[in-house]
Design a protein around this ligand. Structure first.
Ligand code: HEM
Length: 456
């Protein structure tokens, strides 16, 4: 078939393209709302001359997620994190030597054997959340804030044997405050033309100061672990001692710093959003909540905490999490580019190295795959139905060799936390709350509060 010359696109302005129509801090939601207008599964957005195709259907995703034709590439949000996270796993291009090296060294940290060791630190962090909710029984709690404290404490403890003690503080740890500021500024940079940042002197200086502060703390953690080796067999131990099984090479201290920062960020934001959205859906769907709670209680069988083996029996809780990630994939997009000129869908030309966005909230609502796409229905992921979901229709953890290394860690942590919360508390969402989704690097429900009362 003949390749078309132009991709479908909304009406655009001369020179500025679609820039004047793009809402700040709501971009993923704006693009997702556009998708039904382009049933072809592709549309183009023109950022004042820089054109970006968006992929929104499983049929086209199957083509751009073919790693023989397309590779991951670093889009604007990740590029703006490079001063902080350097060539850490998330922000490295696949052909940078440190990506492959770190990937081979760190994959074992997320295998079955390693995950078993994460149970104790995960339970410790969840225990602090439960204690905090008991102490604040009947008070309104900001859900995203609570889940962020939990997930940050979990990755810091499980990965680096470091305690932020988020539930023992009224204001965030200085490391966390600096990290939040840097992420905010990085996101702002990602959505602005480069020229705009030059006259924001104060913001630029603060960004650099915060990054230097964060690097300083991480470098200190690395130095002190080198001086006084710990018994912990955690992620940091593997970063410091691990050798590439292929070449025998080790990670440099500079790269370890970038990996620690990467894991602290990638390891908490997304899981926090997942848990927050899951609690939002559960409190709106009493039947789903009742079934998930019944399963949690049956698995716990009167004990205060599950064993590692029990996690596989939280089947319905896992379905709830999977359906939550379908509707609100908390890392809402990633980018790929073809090695050479490509034509997808038999007619849409994608020139070599052209960055393409895979827009997950739209892909996960593709009407050709999902009946009543807007309906929250964990039954879609029931074991008997799961195999029928086309592979490329559901990609909340990314794709292929660049898929999320922490997927199993995240699901284990989220299942555990959700099961413990359901088993221990009655939950009441704020009446009349209408979902607003906040966009930073990731998605989260904004202003969603609930009250919790101990069940026993
Ligand atoms: C619900 C939770 C999570 C979601 C939805 C999620 C999603 C994703 C996605 C979509 C990617 C691919 C990004 C791209 O292609 O640009 C990714 C990569 C990554 N994630 Fe996650 N993630 C989650 C939790 C975690 C956790 C808990 C960790 C660490 C413990 C983690 C560490 C990473 C790292 C290091 C990468 C880069 C992998 C590479 O390219 O080698 N993530 N994640």
């Amino acid at each position: 078939m003949q390749a078309a010359t132009a991709l479908p696109a909304p009406p655009r302005w001369p020179l500025l393209g679609h820039l004047p129509t793009l809402p700040a801090r709501r971009l993923a939601q704006h693009f997702t709302a556009l998708a039904p207008r382009f049933p072809e599964g592709i549309f183009e957005i023109d950022f004042a001359g820089y054109r970006m195709p968006f992929i929104t259907t499983a049929a086209l995703a199957a083509e751009v997620l073919d790693e023989r034709r397309f590779r991951k590439t670093i889009g604007a949000p990740l590029a703006s994190l490079r001063p902080l996270a350097g060539d850490g796993l998330f922000t490295a291009e696949g052909d940078e030597p440190n990506w492959e090296l770190a990937h081979r060294i760190l994959v074992p940290a997320f295998g079955q054997r390693a995950r078993r060791q994460y149970l104790a630190p995960m339970l410790e962090a969840a225990g602090e959340l439960l204690a905090h909710w008991r102490a604040h029984a009947g008070e309104w709690l900001d859900v995203s804030d609570q889940m962020t404290r939990l997930t940050l404490d979990t990755i810091a403890l499980a990965g680096f044997d470091y305690r932020f003690d988020s539930f023992g503080r009224s204001t965030p740890h200085p490391f966390v405050a600096a990290m939040v500021r840097v992420l905010d500024e990085a996101m702002r940079r990602a959505s602005q033309p480069r020229i705009a940042r030059y006259w924001r002197f104060a913001a630029r200086r603060r960004f650099q100061r915060d990054i230097a502060f964060l690097h300083g703390i991480v470098d200190e953690v690395i130095r002190s672990r080198r001086q006084t080796p710990s018994a912990a067999r955690d992620l940091l131990a593997l970063m410091l001692e691990g050798q590439d099984p292929k070449t025998g090479a080790r990670l440099s201290d500079e790269n370890i710093r970038y990996q620690v920062i990467t894991f602290l960020i990638a390891g908490h934001e997304t899981t926090s959003g997942l848990l927050s959205f899951a609690l939002y859906f559960l409190t709106r769907e009493p039947a789903v909540l009742a079934r998930a709670r019944a399963e949690a209680l049956a698995v716990l069988a009167g004990r205060s905490a599950p064993e590692y083996e029990d996690l596989d029996r939280l089947v319905y809780v896992e379905q709830v999490l999977e359906e939550t990630l379908r509707l609100w994939p908390t890392a809402p997009a990633f980018h790929v580019a073809p090695y050479r000129d490509e034509v997808i869908g038999g007619r849409w030309p994608i020139p070599a190295n052209q960055r393409v966005t895979v827009l997950l909230p739209a892909l996960h609502r593709d009407p050709a795959v999902w009946a009543e796409p807007e309906r929250f229905d964990p039954e879609r992921f029931a074991p008997a139905r799961r195999a029928a979901i086309p592979r490329h229709a559901y990609r909340p953890f990314g794709n292929g060799s660049r898929a999320c290394i922490g997927q199993q860690f995240a699901m284990m942590e989220a299942k555990l936390a959700l099961a413990l919360l359901l088993a221990n508390f009655e939950l009441e969402a704020e009446p009349g709350y209408r979902l607003r989704v906040a966009e930073t690097l990731t998605l989260k429900p904004e202003g969603f509060r609930l009250r919790a009362w101990p069940r026993r």
